[in-house]
Design a protein around this ligand. Sequence first.
Ligand SMILES: Cc1ncc(COP(=O)(O)O)c(C=O)c1O
Length: 386
Amino acid sequence: MTEDQIIMLPGPTQVPPAAARASSRAMINHRGPEFAAMLTEITENAKKIFKTKCDVLTLTASGTGGLECLVANFVNPGDKIVVASIGNFGERLRDIALAFGADVDFMDFGWGNCVDPKAIAEKLVADKNHEIKAVYCQHNETSTGVTNDIEAISKARGNHPALLIVDSVSGLGAAKFRMDDWQVDVVLTGSQKAFMSPPGIDFVAVSDRAWPVCASCTNARFYFDLNKARASYKKGEMPFTPALSVLFAIQEALRFIDEQGGIDAVIDEHYFRRDVIRAAAQALHLPLVAAEHCASPSVTSIMAPEGVDPKALTGIMRDKYHCVIAGGQGKFKGHVFRIGHLGYVTDLQLISTISALEMALAELGYEFTMGAGVTVAQKMIVERRK
Ligand SMILES: Cc1ncc(COP(=O)(O)O)c(C=O)c1O
């Protein structure tokens, strides 16, 4: 074990040094003016990332708590909803919705594919009586490394009144997103991905169109009641004791994003890192899960080649080279490994990851030209930094 690991997971991600230092600050009164000022700053900076003028509320929870919140506040028991799934987190959303008594129309587009907006349009056009209350989907499916075209999915609703509710836990801050322009109704993200902060905080953005649904929702909720969160925010507070240390870090991480030229520049770097990892994988003849047009700027899923066990591969990278990448999830477990490249990642960490991957592949007997992936990555980086 070493503290100097390179964390290339699709969350939790690396934390910029100023944010890591901030998380060890002394506690403050979460009902006092210092907290109110911090919460306001964080919220205003988060809005720049959501690209919204709507309410953005902060919750203390992991991303799954946020998913529960997306269901508990916008679905009445018995309501018909569409869950458009492309992997593990679509399936999780379905399971939560079922637990909360929704009538789920589960549209499975297949692991590795993206949601087809045409299929959503057809589903909603066929729903003449407007029984479908909401369409749920992931912005970025972390298990497969596929990003959905949320703008096209939103447009596919046409005149149908269904809300569009998006899990962007691993998308926001990494993949392009414009909540207001794309008319997305509710969006969730978490602190531990492209927000470059430790886990424990969620942000939920709620459009003006979605608030009445939330206000009249009859589903069971207490901790995750967004009406409470909204009322507290007006007083500069959160309803319950917040994860203060995580918020200290987020405040700094969001300042850091501004210092990097703002969210658009940071997102652009994410797409570049994606292109570097994909080019390196191709140079090593490793099959990519996601097609070019829907490849995620947060995480790249790579099929383990014949004879290479992803568990052994990730184990060698971690134990010998202190480079931590992820294995597969759900039905991809044992078949896929995933390199996270979202959040705070330097060029040399990208190069080191590809190098560690090559060394581990070599140890496992995979035949390839040593250095092929690193060389491609170096060339791309040199070109970009000119
Ligand atoms: C897209 C997506 N949704 C939801 C979650 C759940 O978040 P958590 O593991 O923090 O509960 C994750 C976590 O990786 C995710 O990637």
